[in-house]
Write a new protein. Structure first.
Length: 567
């Protein structure tokens, strides 16, 4: 059963043939991708060049960039979602594969491909990406460009890719994606027995290509869309084409969405099933991408406040995973959560509570995940001022703060801010965090890139898939370095305290925070203090999530007791 997002994607995809035909462009439109343009070779990874005067050169360049240095000579290649067939025709021109197979769900596209692209090694078939009829281990390279958003069952597609790929086969994948969906896709592909070889963001190059598209072409397409007199198709194609006036273009331009290229390789690891929770999260990918395309002023609704926040603070970027209630509900508490250094709101993605007493609202800091395009903060006071403006509409009702590691110190400063205003949080919950009066023992932010990356690896917490790939490290390094600088420059006085109870969770085997450093939190509250020792290391919030949720549920649902316990 297709949901609304998938139905609209397919409507737009199939409607493209109608649009191109009426515009008189059908014969020349060999590609349906968004194109690639760079001002120099520094970012390019294609093994072959396309002359600028060639028709569709931007779209052809994107195909070659997606292939990169993947070996194709003597290989069996399958393009799933082949569209108008231009990618396979291009690969036949530059490489010597033994077989090229194009799969598409649109009969009109397959008919066009069979008519326009000839070659004894070329074959085009009507087919569903989620139910491929091909034998196991029958393909050496799978190409999938900008079409996975239209698939009704993304986990099934990934499983099909793993099944048809020969041992050590390659999967070249590209699409537009929101930052919260990226780790979900990577987790699913890894479970399928694939290993990530390369990750690239080509967002700027794709945007440059869309900006350089002929204005005459845009006008002609707009004219035909108006003539077709189909409002729903008009709206979907406007979005699908990502013209510079579209919400999707704006989301890419502002960094709320990204255009990624990834290379995966089939490993010898045994594939594992994709669990129900991850399957459901992948099904919601389209909704998340749609959400980041909404105008900043409508993605989150708040009542007027005495001091309006600046535009960046009003946007839903601060609260990407939830919408806190602005009206008080009896017995209900909004719990705002801050991540550890280098982390984003997604670290709390799976933190759900069945309790009616509280709801979790992860905060996203600038420079992280879906806000990568923004500069990360290195000044605690400025960061707290912006966060306070975001939280101001919610502090007249029960609310609480939670922070892990560096997030605990940010949460403490927020609690101090609102304590001074007379609206302190109901609770402050800190995880794996030394007291705010304990200075950072070892400064890292000044280190050269290689040494800094090594130090980050030693600290732990950064996924191996990121540590092992230079492009991904380059993407997250600015946030990690800025967060390190933020932590190094912050230390409050030993007598600073808040008008709120504090609950501390600390690890028994934390190599970064000793129990003595953590337990000094008792000096920073004028309310009650409770501490709980948890099994594990510094990043115990991942392994101990059920236990932590149970404790937090009890904490926010019942009266306080001052205690120190060992879990």
């Amino acid at each position: 059963m297709l949901d609304a997002n998938h139905r609209r994607n397919r409507l737009a995809y199939q409607g493209l043939a109608t649009l191109l035909e009426h515009a008189g462009l059908a014969h020349h439109a060999h590609y349906l991708n968004w194109g690639y343009h760079s001002d120099g070779p520094d970012r390019d990874q294609a093994c072959h060049r396309i002359a600028d005067h060639e028709p569709n050169h931007s779209q052809a360049r994107l195909v070659l960039e997606i292939i990169g240095k993947t070996p194709l000579d003597g290989k069996r290649i399958m393009d799933i979602g082949c569209g108008r067939g231009g990618a396979l025709a291009l690969l036949q021109r530059f490489y010597a594969p033994t077989q090229l197979i194009g799969i598409d769900i649109s009969p009109s596209n397959i008919a066009y491909c069979r008519q326009q692209h000839q070659g004894r090694r070329l074959r085009f078939q009507l087919g569903d990406a989620c139910r491929l009829p091909h034998p196991d281990n029958s393909v050496d390279v799978v190409l999938n460009m900008e079409s996975s958003g239209a698939y009704s069952d993304l986990p099934a597609f990934f499983e099909q890719v793993q099944r048809i790929l020969a041992p050590q086969g390659y999967f070249c994948f590209s699409d537009v994606i929101d930052q919260n969906s990226l780790p979900l896709l990577q987790e699913a592909l890894s479970l399928c027995g694939l290993e990530l070889q390369q990750h690239r963001s080509v967002r700027q190059e794709v945007l440059a290509s869309r900006r350089r598209a002929s204005p005459h072409l845009w006008r002609r397409l707009q004219q035909v869309l108006a003539e077709l007199d189909n409002p729903s198709l008009h709206a979907e194609l406007q979005q699908y084409l990502a013209n510079p006036d579209s919400p999707l273009f704006a989301a890419l331009e502002e960094g709320r969405a990204d255009y990624i290229i990834q290379h995966w390789r089939k490993s010898t690891r045994r594939a594992q099933p994709i669990g129900p929770a991850l399957q459901e999260a992948l099904r919601q990918r389209g909704q998340r991408l749609e959400q980041v395309q909404q105008p900043r002023q409508t993605r989150q609704t708040r009542p007027p406040t005495p001091r309006p926040a600046p535009p960046a603070e009003r946007g839903g970027g601060w609260l990407p995973l939830s919408h806190p209630a602005t009206q008080a509900r009896p017995g209900h508490c909004n719990l705002f959560a801050l991540p550890y250094a280098g982390g984003g709101a997604s670290v709390y993605r799976d933190w759900t509570s069945a309790s009616a007493h509280w709801s979790l609202h992860p905060l996203q800091l600038p420079g992280h995940e879906n806000r990568l395009a923004e500069a990360a903060h290195v000044d605690m006071d400025k960061l707290v001022q912006q966060l306070a403006a975001v939280l101001q509409p919610y502090v007249q009702q029960p609310w609480a703060l939670l922070g892990c590691s560096l997030g605990g110190k940010i949460a403490f400063e927020l609690a101090r801010h609102f304590s001074a205003q007379g609206t302190p949080p109901q609770h402050l919950i800190v995880l794996a965090c030394p007291a705010p009066s304990v200075p950072v023992r070892q400064a890292l932010s000044h280190l050269p890139p290689a040494q800094f990356a090594h130090a980050v690896a030693q600290l732990g917490g950064t996924p191996a898939d990121i540590l092992q790939h230079a492009d991904m490290m380059q993407t997250v390094m600015p946030a990690l370095r800025s967060d390190s600088q933020l932590a190094e420059h912050y230390c409050c006085a030993s007598d600073c305290s808040i008008d709120a109870p504090i609950t501390l969770f600390y690890a028994e085997d934390d190599h970064l925070v000793t129990p003595e450093q953590a337990l000094q939190w008792r000096n920073h509250t004028r309310g009650r203090f409770s501490a709980h020792a948890v099994a594990g290391g510094h990043f115990f919030l991942r392994q101990q999530r059920p236990q932590l949720l149970a404790c937090i549920d009890q904490l926010l649902s019942s009266p306080w007791k001052e205690e120190i316990t060992h879990a």
